[in-house]
Design a protein around this ligand. Structure first.
Ligand code: SAH
Length: 352
């Protein structure tokens, strides 16, 4: 059974064969502009509404919905048709409404400190499964308008390139989201970044760096062994030149691991030539990684040091921590499986 947002316009027209030609456009606009389910499309005859609803059941089945930050943050856990589970987070800010979507069930990148990485890879999400997360968030955000989509939920967007890019095109072309309000976040898959540079839609790119020397990054973000920093920097420069967008660098501050003066200096060396903006996030604790986030004073010192070195940096406010909806905490299977044993990097001795 197709998911509503997996159908192309042509496939929708085919499904509506025998109906007047304008029906396909009505249903398409209902799905994308008014983000309605078929059974809510009152301009359709009742029988058609019912048969469409039966033919196009939602791809996302709500397992749970929790809210935090006085209702400003909502996290959904979804079951997909095959039982795979993913999460979506909606965040209301004063000036914008942002949804954080998942692109894969699980993730193969195995970043040590990330709950999704600790759980391993299940499968790619389809275009429709990605787009429907945005549609649900749009409905929940009303009467406010959902303005931003960040591909920073579970999974590595550039490891599921085709489907993620089709979703981007649909969000932009059919759901009215502007390219500069769409952000793809990557662990640093260089061929994906290069491919992105060749697309005509200039979306924002965020790179999850976390370490700016290869020895440390090899440990924290294992894909670095395949695409080391020098190669990554080149691809980022290519993207910035092609898109005209400012690059974002994500840096989760880990106590005594990547929050020292030398780390800030290395990061500045990487970020400055790219004109990148650095987002600092104190690490959110996850079950499989025995190290904690940097204390608040260290976070501010780190930011100040970057500023002094000529790099734009902001400290990102954490949302949804108490409902495990914060960065890197999304791990739908965590309750069902045991967390993997903690491995690898332990904090260095203090005072070094
Ligand atoms: N795979 C993509 C997108 C998903 S992760 C990527 O790596 O960019 C979204 C962001 O959360 C990334 O910057 C990731 O490094 C960060 N993150 C993962 N685990 C975290 C944790 N425990 N605390 C803070 N940030 C974390």
């Amino acid at each position: 059974m197709p998911a509503p947002y997996d159908l192309t316009r042509d496939q929708l027209a085919e499904l509506l064969e025998g109906e007047p030609a304008y029906r396909a456009r009505q249903v398409w606009d209902g799905l994308h502009t008014r983000v309605q389910r078929p059974d809510e499309m009152t301009e359709l005859p009742a029988a058609l509404r019912a048969s469409l609803q039966a033919a196009l059941p939602p791809a996302l089945c709500e397992v749970s919905r929790r809210s935090a930050d006085e209702g400003q943050t909502t996290k959904w856990l979804w079951a997909l048709h095959d039982g795979a589970r993913v999460e979506t987070v909606l965040m209301h800010y004063r000036d914008r409404v942002t949804v954080c979507v998942s692109t894969q069930a699980g993730c193969a990148m195995a970043c040590q400190f990330c709950a999704t990485g600790q759980a391993g890879f299940q499968r790619h999400l389809s275009e429709g499964e990605i787009v429907e997360q945005v549609a649900v968030a749009m409905r929940a955000a009303a009467p406010r308008r959902l303005s931003n989509v960040v591909f920073m939920g579970m999974g590595e967007p550039l490891a599921n390139y085709e489907r993620v890019w089709s979703a981007v095109v649909r969000l932009h072309g059919s759901m009215g989201l502007s390219a500069r309000h769409l952000t793809l976040s990557t662990v640093g898959i260089v061929p994906g970044i290069r491919r992105l540079a060749a697309e005509t839609l200039p979306v924002n790119l965020a790179v999850s760096l976390h370490a700016a020397n290869d020895a440390l990054r090899d440990e924290l973000v294992p894909i670095n062994r395949r695409y080391p920093l020098a190669v990554l920097a080149e691809a980022c420069a290519e993207y910035v030149a092609a898109s005209g967008r400012r690059l974002s660098i994500e840096w989760a501050l880990i106590d005594d691991v990547n929050d020292r003066g030398s780390d800030a200096a290395e990061l500045a060396e990487f970020a400055r030539p790219l004109g990148a903006h650095v987002n600092l996030i104190p690490l959110n604790p996850t079950p499989g990684y025995p190290v904690v986030g940097s204390p608040a004073t260290r976070v501010r010192q780190f930011r100040d040091q970057l500023t002094a070195l000529g790099v734009n940096a902001t400290i990102r406010a954490t949302r949804g921590a108490e409902i495990d909806a914060a960065c890197g905490q999304l791990a739908a299977a965590a309750g069902a499986t045991t967390a993997p044993a903690a491995v690898g990097l332990l904090p260095r001795a203090r005072g070094g």
